[in-house]
Design a binder for this molecule. Structure first.
Ligand code: ADP
Ligand code: MG
Length: 617
């Protein structure tokens, strides 16, 4: 039965529920939809603006603000103002360690492979929760502006995002109460916005150059029969428009012979100058001179000077373009279209440089900071089946994955993935000397496998006995064009291998699929919070296990007092293992981790010391 509703905002009849497109950016986020006139449009809720700065502020009284309001606190309340959360999404501390000074808020540095968390006051937030706050804001703005519930969306991610970053983005959507129909690459969305890749018989190779606030990436895409294949990506995740602002700021400091340290110590002044620098940069996009003052300090700059200040940075992006082409095995002559994305490509010098490099005019007709969201809205419309002219490829109706610790569902092939497809992930053991690994395959959208449909289970036997965490087991899913799923588990060191074949759609009716999807939407919030608790419990029990093992083996390196305090903390954490208070568990885990971290270092020093002694004379 087709739903018919009236859109109160436009007064027109709306045949289907609106599915929005979301650009969840590092600096700015946007939400777009397709109007009844079939035009993609960015939502501007009550004139609040098209761009929602991806910034979250936590006030001491517990109020949360997102967007422009939160941005005001960046300099004045840096510990409680979270920006650039996209950089943390799906990442472990090891991934971001070399850039830790970039973040003014507290990123928890438990030196592990587990995903990072952010501490605000006494509360721990995962990047997924933080991103969900931004998505929730976008959802609310869309609902308010369109005067209709918005429950489904397509969300974009950079082409270089790995599996874990994509999964984290999906989870953030889920937590915000959004059913994420598909995760789409940003360059693909930009291309769709230009109508490139919409018709089935089109084949083309294109370059998408994306220079945002703090990140740069270039993607080379091959489009064939409506399928976008990423041939190569390159870039620098710490290069963007912010660097241009900083260059202007430093220029003014130099021109006015100011003391740089004194300026950054004066937060209000630093903030005002930073904002003025961005204003100057934006002005220089359309004029040749900017001239103003901040607190009586002259702030003037010409376009020519600005271009000389940013020349090196822009050249760096061109080098990335060269590298991407080389990786794809192509030259500039093979590129048929060049698309500009990201607010910083508005700077004429950037446009010129890119155009000169590719030896062709670039696409800049659509606002570069809107183009990704507009394309996401088009993709959403296609998935909704509203575009009869566009062929919708075969997709998997439900996600496929395996059970991981705590009975959690780990999705390997997400729902709505095009068929045929293959995907895989690496796992390891959780107990020392573990020689068997159970692989249980499930289908469905719920976070706990017990709510999903079990498809198969087998045991990978004969893993050589090793300490926990050392074996490397690749689990690969291959879904062929006939809908047959092959799951293979392979332990890399020993080569032991086991596989199983199932047909996920066997015995599954359309009604059941629909019911499973409905359930996942109704339970989304509870599911994600439940999962976060289980993840905290799992991490804590691993920590208890590791510390106890450490104490057994290395007690002689520790003082009585260190041992007793470690025992006390471990016991306290143990007593929390069944608790559902996620923050309490994380806090204690963090405490135990902080206290025991130096032990391992000391042990290393001892070992090195011994080795040196052994060598002497
Ligand atoms: P992201 O994709 O990282 O979220 P955006 O694409 O929104 O970021 O780009 C934000 C950057 O674009 C900021 O550095 C901003 O100053 C810059 N920007 C916006 N408008 C202009 C303009 N007219 N000229 C130059 N830079 C601009
Ligand atoms: Mg962007």
């Amino acid at each position: 039965m087709a739903k018919v509703s009236i859109n109160l905002a436009t007064g027109s009849i709306q045949k289907e529920e609106i599915i929005v497109g979301i650009d969840l950016g590092t600096t700015n986020s946007l939400v777009a939809f397709i109007t009844p006139e079939q035009e993609p449009l960015i939502i501007n809720d009550s004139g609040k603006g098209l761009l929602v700065p991806s910034v979250i502020h936590f006030s001491p009284s517990g109020e949360i603000s997102v967007g422009n309001e939160a941005k005001e606190f960046l300099i004045t309340d840096p510990e409680n103002t979270i920006f650039s959360v996209k950089r943390l999404l799906g990442r472990s501390y090891k991934d971001i360690e070399s850039h830790k000074d970039f973040f003014s808020y507290k990123v928890i540095d438990d030196d592990t492979e587990s995903l990072v968390k952010v501490k605000v006051g006494d509360t721990f937030y995962t990047p997924i929760e933080l991103s969900s706050l931004i998505l929730k804001e976008l959802k609310e703005r869309a609902e308010h502006a369109l005067k209709t519930p918005v429950n489904r969306a397509v969300i974009t991610v950079p082409a270089y995002f790995n599996d874990s970053q994509r999964q984290a983005t999906r989870d953030a959507g889920k937590l915000a109460g959004i059913d994420v129909l598909r995760i789409v690459n940003e360059p693909t969305a930009a291309s769709l916005a230009y109508g490139i890749g919409l018709s089935a018989n089109e084949s083309k190779t294109i370059a998408v150059y994306d220079l945002g606030g703090g990140t740069f990436d270039v993607s080379i895409l091959q489009i064939q029969n409506g399928i976008f294949e990423v041939l190569a990506t390159n870039g620098n995740t710490y290069l963007g428009g912010d660097d241009f602002d900083r260059a202007i700021l430093n220029y003014w400091i130099e021109q006015n012979k100011l003391d740089a340290a004194a300026v950054s110590a004066n937060k209000e002044l630093a903030q005002a100058l930073r904002l003025k620098a961005e204003e100057a940069k934006i002005a220089l996009t359309t004029q040749n001179l900017f001239n103003d003052t901040v607190n009586g300090i002259p702030c003037a700059i010409t376009r020519q000077v600005f271009e000389s200040l940013i020349a090196d940075k822009v050249q760096e992006t061109i080098t990335c373009c060269k590298n991407a082409l080389a990786d794809a095995g192509l030259t500039t002559a093979d590129i048929q279209e060049v698309i500009m994305v990201g607010g910083s490509t508005r700077t004429p010098f950037v446009k010129q440089s890119v155009s000169e490099f590719f030896k062709r005019p670039v696409h800049d007709q659509i606002n570069p900071d809107q183009v990704v969201a507009l394309g996401a809205a088009i993709q959403a419309d296609i998935l909704a089946g509203n575009r009869k002219d566009i062929l919708l490829l075969d997709v998997t109706p439900l996600s496929l994955g395996i059970e991981t610790m705590g009975g959690l569902m780990d999705v390997i092939i997400p729902r709505n993935a095009k068929v045929p497809t293959k995907a895989g992930r690496q796992y390891t053991t959780s107990v020392d000397g573990q020689v068997n690994l159970k692989v249980a395959v499930y289908q469905g959208e719920r976070d706990l496998v017990k709510e999903n449909r079990k498809l198969a289970e087998f045991e990978l036997k004969g893993i050589p006995a090793m300490p926990a965490g050392l074996p490397k087991v690749d689990i690969n899913f291959l879904l062929n064009a006939d809908g047959i799923l092959t799951v293979e588990a392979l332990e890399l060191r020993s080569g032991v291998k086991q596989q199983v074949e199932v047909k996920p759609t066997y015995g599954l009716t359309d009604n059941q699929v629909e019911q499973m999807l409905m359930d996942s939407i109704t339970h989304a919030k509870d599911d994600v919070s439940q999962r976060m608790i289980i993840e905290a419990q799992t991490e804590a029990s691993q920590m208890v296990y590791t510390v106890q093992r450490f104490l057994e083996k290395n007690a002689s390196y520790l003082s009585e007092q260190e041992i007793s305090h470690t025992r006390k903390l471990t016991d306290e954490l143990k007593s929390l293992l069944q608790s559902t208070d996620k923050d309490a568990i994380l806090k204690k885990t963090d405490e135990l981790n902080d206290f025991t971290r130096p032990f391992a270092e000391r042990l290393m020093d001892e070992a090195i010391g011994k080795a040196m002694k052994g060598k002497s004379i």
